[in-house]
Design a binder for this molecule. Structure first.
Ligand SMILES: [Zn+2]
Ligand SMILES: [Zn+2]
Length: 342
């Protein structure tokens, strides 16, 4: 029985092009105690593989977190498959407003210790004691309240290209860092202020809201379904959109345009730009913001050093990479030495 991918990304890309069929990009998560994540994982793989579902899915004892691309034609079948699993019946699916048929090129389902790497010790607080979930309409109201502190629970490279009006956007690389910074900032307002939070699809706020309640915050709210669901509701219900710029997403689209505003700058020349790229040097692969002019000038590289390397013969590049940790895992934001205006 096939439990793993057989096709390479290239072969998959060709197949998607040939099929020419529309695919939906969607995500969902559910915290739920799973006794046997491995068996659950295999069952998902067999069924989703048959439905031609692609994506990146984490399964753990604490539940499931899935980012997917599903052929539009098979969506009903996919949905009824979910509805036949007790804890996933009627789970909220965050369906992207922009579709890109090649958002994912493989079906990767992994069993992990946790469904989000949050750095928290869950046994120290009650993860089910969450904040109040609010929809887009209520959220819009809440964030205009002068007694509200609105916090972006994402990392710096995400909020850099888009965030809500008046949001606090911690300059952090991890979720765990954010939690402490925000707690320290608001330590005198645990009882009087509304602590309103949001993230990409809502999953990070599930833990964060429980964590803050445990830390003594009294009025904790979270945006249900995150920015993805907010954008959908704003469109459907014709509400005022209070999100500026792009929503950073974790598939090959990298981001979804929510408003026409460009709020970030090219990390190399400072020109208005909100396009993330990976450095063309495979030994670096840094994620950063680069405009088209700089991409041309720098051959898609993040630095002169990387540009020198991509001009070397391929074998020589490979030799330089060997024995080094793969890729540059750091993201940068206004931390580039060439960003003199920051
Ligand atoms: Zn530039
Ligand atoms: Zn580089």
């Amino acid at each position: 029985m096939q439990l793993y991918n057989k096709l390479s990304s290239k072969e998959r890309e060709q197949l998607i092009e040939q099929a020419g069929e529309e695919r939906l990009t969607l995500s969902f998560y559910k915290y739920h105690q799973l006794k046997d994540p491995k068996t659950f994982r295999d069952d998902l793989f067999i069924n989703w593989n048959q439905l031609d579902v692609l994506g990146r899915i984490n399964v753990a004892h604490e539940g499931i977190n899935a980012q997917l691309s599903v052929p539009a034609k098979k969506f009903e079948k996919f949905k009824s498959f979910l509805d036949n699993i007790d804890f996933l019946k009627d789970v909220r699916l965050n369906i992207a407003i922009e579709h890109y048929d090649k958002a994912f090129l493989k079906l990767k389902i992994k069993v992990r210790p946790k469904i989000v790497h949050d750095g928290l010790n869950d046994s120290t607080f009650d993860v089910t004691n969450k904040g109040v979930h609010v929809d887009a309409m209520k959220f819009n109201e809440l964030i205009e309240d002068p007694n509200t502190v609105l916090v972006d629970m994402r990392n710096h490279y995400e909020s850099e290209i888009g965030h809500f009006k008046n949001a606090v956007t911690p300059d952090v690389d991890t979720f765990r860092q954010s939690l402490d910074i925000i707690e320290a900032d608001l330590k005198d307002h645990k009882e009087d202020k509304n602590l309103v939070m949001y993230c990409t699809g809502g999953i990070r706020c599930e833990k964060a809201s429980a964590y803050y309640k445990h830390k003594g915050f009294k009025k904790v709210y979270q945006l249900e379904g995150g920015i993805i669901e907010y954008a959908r509701q704003v469109k459907d219900q014709n509400l005022e959109n209070k999100f500026f710029g792009k929503n950073f997403v974790f598939d090959d689209r990298r981001s979804e345009k929510i408003s026409e505003d460009v709020i970030a700058q090219c990390h190399q020349c400072g020109k208005a730009c909100d396009t993330h790229v990976n450095c063309a040097n495979d030994g670096c692969h840094l994620l950063f913001i680069q405009c088209e002019d700089c991409a041309k000038k720098m051959d898609g590289c993040c630095s002169d050093k990387c540009q020198d390397i991509v001009h070397l013969p391929y074998e020589e590049q490979k030799r330089l990479r060997s024995g080094r940790p793969a890729g540059n895992k750091k993201f940068k934001k206004g931390r580039s030495p060439v960003l003199k205006f920051k």
